[in-house]
Design a protein around this ligand. Structure first.
Ligand SMILES: *Cc1c(COP(=O)(O)O)cnc(C)c1O
Length: 394
């Protein structure tokens, strides 16, 4: 029997673990020794559920997309994570982690962000909790994602532009880790996906698993069966996919489909198809699949969507790909743009560019008419309107 939970050292099979500088041991150990006890406590569970319901707006609907169903010849449902407060699934994780930080007595929160969605979700929960919030963001992303920078500032966060490297997500992450090393006692680092050293991938997966937990109940109501034939999710770090897959990991009747960003084509040199092109290596504290050259230098990723533009992937997603439990597809920039347009015109829903990659995979799978397919609609497209208008020539 294949296992899809971490072992006591934080490994999913060959992937995971905690490869960290010695200076980080106290922080990681404190978190590792306490997170399960905190998460399982009655007080935490009660508050987590209350906040997800009354603050984030859960449960999110499972919507049967009738016109897309007609078009693709299968029964297609959309899990509406786009309807969450702040516009994506990211809030599920930040609500969980801010409570953990509170239980650990932390007074200061740091985070990294690329497109700014995780930064906004973190600034949001910090404002509510009355905690200081510092968000590290590549200087290039600060320019590209101005609306989200403004939101973080209005919410009271300090946004620190990072000038190293190519000034994007990878560099922001390095800077956040550096900050954490310098503030080991009072600071909690809210990582935005199922990446980083153990216990982050497991902790974030648990918080995002609310997605498939709801899906089970909702499918039972709408289809008389609590599982679908397929679940499709886009993969940047892999947190929306991990959450949408979680309760079905050991149920093999459910086909799990990860969709990565092919960029301009997976062999174009401009791509973020990490588990398709990657090989095992270590990035940001865990052993996983990453895009690297023969010398182990990380290859710069590229995607039209800032949220998928990351050279690694969470260790659970690497393990699901490596064992064949999940199938991995890749959608190009152009395929994602067309899929977003189709969803807008057929269903009246403008998806995030990240999400559009998952929708694009509907074209690639030969469904049967009776198949039940769930696409995890990870976020809404407001932040991407400029790109859509520009690239689609609307
Ligand atoms: C951040 C983001 C993603 C990518 O992150 P994962 O951890 O892979 O889920 C996908 N969709 C949206 C809308 C996002 O904001």
């Amino acid at each position: 029997m294949m296992r899809f939970e971490t072992d006591h050292r934080g490994f999913y099979g060959a992937f995971g673990g905690a490869y960290i500088p010695e200076m980080l041991y106290p922080n990681i150990r404190e978190l590792e020794e306490n997170y399960l006890r905190i998460i399982h406590s009655d007080g935490f569970q009660e508050e987590f559920r209350r906040l997800l319901r009354d603050f984030a707006g859960r449960p999110t609907p499972l919507y049967e997309a009738l016109r897309l169903s007609d078009y693709y010849g299968a029964r297609i449902f959309l899990k509406r994570e786009d309807l969450n407060h702040t516009g994506a699934h990211k809030i599920n994780n930040t609500v969980g982690q801010i409570l953990v930080a509170g239980h650990l007595g932390k007074k200061r929160i740091i985070a990294e962000t690329g497109a700014g969605q995780h930064g906004v979700a973190t600034a949001t929960v910090c404002a509510r909790a009355g905690l200081d919030c510092i968000v590290y963001m590549g200087a290039l992303d600060v320019e590209r994602q101005a609306p989200n920078v403004k939101k973080m500032k209005m919410l009271g966060a300090e946004v620190v532009p990072v000038q190293c490297g190519n000034k994007t997500l990878k560099d922001a992450t390095n800077e956040a880790i550096r900050d954490w090393i310098n503030h080991p006692v009072d600071t909690h680092y809210i990582i935005g996906s199922v990446v980083g050293p153990h216990p982050y991938p497991d902790m974030v997966t648990r918080f995002q698993s609310v997605i498939s937990g709801e899906m089970k109940r909702q499918l039972k109501e709408k289809t008389d069966r609590d599982y679908p034939d397929y679940i499709l999710a886009c993969v940047g770090g892999g947190s929306n996919a991990a959450g949408a897959f979680y309760h079905y990991l050991e149920q093999y009747a459910v086909n799990l489909v990860s969709v990565e960003a092919a960029g301009r084509g997976i062999h174009s040199g401009f791509t973020a198809a990490t588990s398709l092109l990657g090989s095992p290596g270590i990035i940001h504290g865990s052993r996983t699949l990453l895009m690297q050259d023969e010398d182990g230098q990380i290859r710069e990723p590229y995607s039209i969507s800032a949220g998928l533009d990351y050279p690694g992937v969470g260790p659970l997603l690497a393990w699901l790909a490596g064992t064949g439990r999940a199938s991995v597809y890749a959608a190009t920039d152009e395929e994602a743009l067309q899929a977003a347009l189709l969803c807008a015109r057929k269903e009246g829903i403008i998806p995030a560019l990240e999400t559009a990659h998952a929708l694009a995979a509907l074209e690639m799978i030969p469904f049967r008419r009776e198949d039940v397919v769930v696409v995890n609609l990870s976020g809404r497209g407001d932040k991407d309107m400029e790109t859509y208008i520009d690239k689609l020539g609307i």
